[in-house]
Design a protein around this ligand. Structure first.
Ligand code: SAM
Length: 297
């Protein structure tokens, strides 16, 4: 771990307003942490057992993750060390942070359910959603950025998720006549949970407000595209209330819907947040993250 990351004045005042003076040290330590490489074994291609055996055979050592049998924490490696392995090039593993594995786990899609991934690239959560349904959910993945869409298509192909319907479009333009059983909105955000040296420069109140306006539009759209009784997971890699709790409250007010409380799995650190939601601080294992689950009534 390097020296403690000193957050700049704009981000500092946002964090202070939301989480108080005592939490500031947690953020500074979390932003400086060098996290171990974590990965998800892609059960669309191999079983967890096969993945672990292949990693051991290739000389890697790892720890298991109590709340997800497909997830592993690698020891003493850099991501680059995996890039040339057959496991990686054949899409049998996907390098993914532990925090970002959570939204699909809380959405738990099953066979034949229609699922919309509204903001999908580069596609880690799309392929995880398909894997969790044993390859049987009917998934549509949207991404509006053309370059990122190419990345999504590439990853879907490599991970054996070719049956996902991928569309390069602004999700806000989808016809409201569509209706999905489940929706993942992993919204674009300020990234205040994943700050590293030099990457916080653009995070100030104006930028956060701009993100929140788009997030609110996307969430209201998601609620229109959700079937009655359908479930939606809203997530960001921000720890700021304006992008998280505030957006969720406004979304719920726009449509007959309610929060379905999310309980953190064992060992997942969390900050005080609106009841029923989960806000994870950046730590030496987790990126800062927020998650809420909404059911349409
Ligand atoms: N869920 C992705 C994953 O796990 O790999 C990460 C998604 S990233 C946080 C947000 C993505 O949303 C970006 O790729 C961005 O280009 C895309 N995006 C932003 N606004 C959008 C919109 N209106 N319609 C579709 N995609 C959008």
């Amino acid at each position: 771990m390097g020296g403690k990351h000193q957050v700049n004045a704009a981000l500092r005042s946002l964090l202070l307003a939301d989480h108080g003076e005592d939490a500031l040290g947690t953020f500074e330590a979390g932003y400086s942490a060098i996290r171990p490489v974590t990965l998800r074994i892609n059960s669309l291609k191999i079983t967890a057992e096969e993945g672990k055996n292949a990693l051991l055979k290739a000389g890697f050592s790892f720890e298991e993750v109590p709340w997800y049998s497909d997830a592993l924490i690698l020891k003493d490696v850099r991501e680059e060390d995996l890039w040339h392995t057959e496991l990686y090039t054949e899409g049998k593993i996907y390098l993914q942070s532990l925090s970002s594995m959570l939204p699909p786990l809380y959405l738990k899609p099953s066979e034949k359910e229609s699922v919309l991934d509204m903001t999908a690239a580069p596609g880690g959560k799309t392929t995880e959603l398909l894997a969790l349904s044993d390859g049987k959910a009917l998934i549509t993945a949207c991404e509006r950025d053309k370059n990122r869409f190419q990345r999504l298509k590439f990853n879907l192909g490599r991970q054996g998720a070719g049956r996902v319907t991928a569309i390069c479009t602004d999700t806000l333009l989808l016809d409201d006549a569509f209706a999905f059983d489940k929706i993942l909105l992993d919204a674009p955000c300020s990234g205040s949970g994943t700050v590293t040296e030099g990457r916080e420069a653009r995070i100030d109140a104006a930028f956060v407000e701009k993100c929140a306006v788009l997030q609110e539009k996307l969430l209201k759209k998601a609620l229109r595209l959700l079937k009655k009784g359908g479930e939606l997971v809203y997530s960001t890699c921000s720890v700021l209330k304006r992008e998280n709790e505030e957006v969720v409250k406004r979304g719920i007010c726009s449509c007959r819907s309610r929060l379905e409380p999310v309980t953190p799995f064992e060992g997942i650190p969390h900050l005080p947040s609106m009841e029923g939601t989960l806000c994870i601080p950046p730590t030496d294992l987790f990126e800062g993250f927020f998650l809420a689950k909404i059911v349409k009534e």
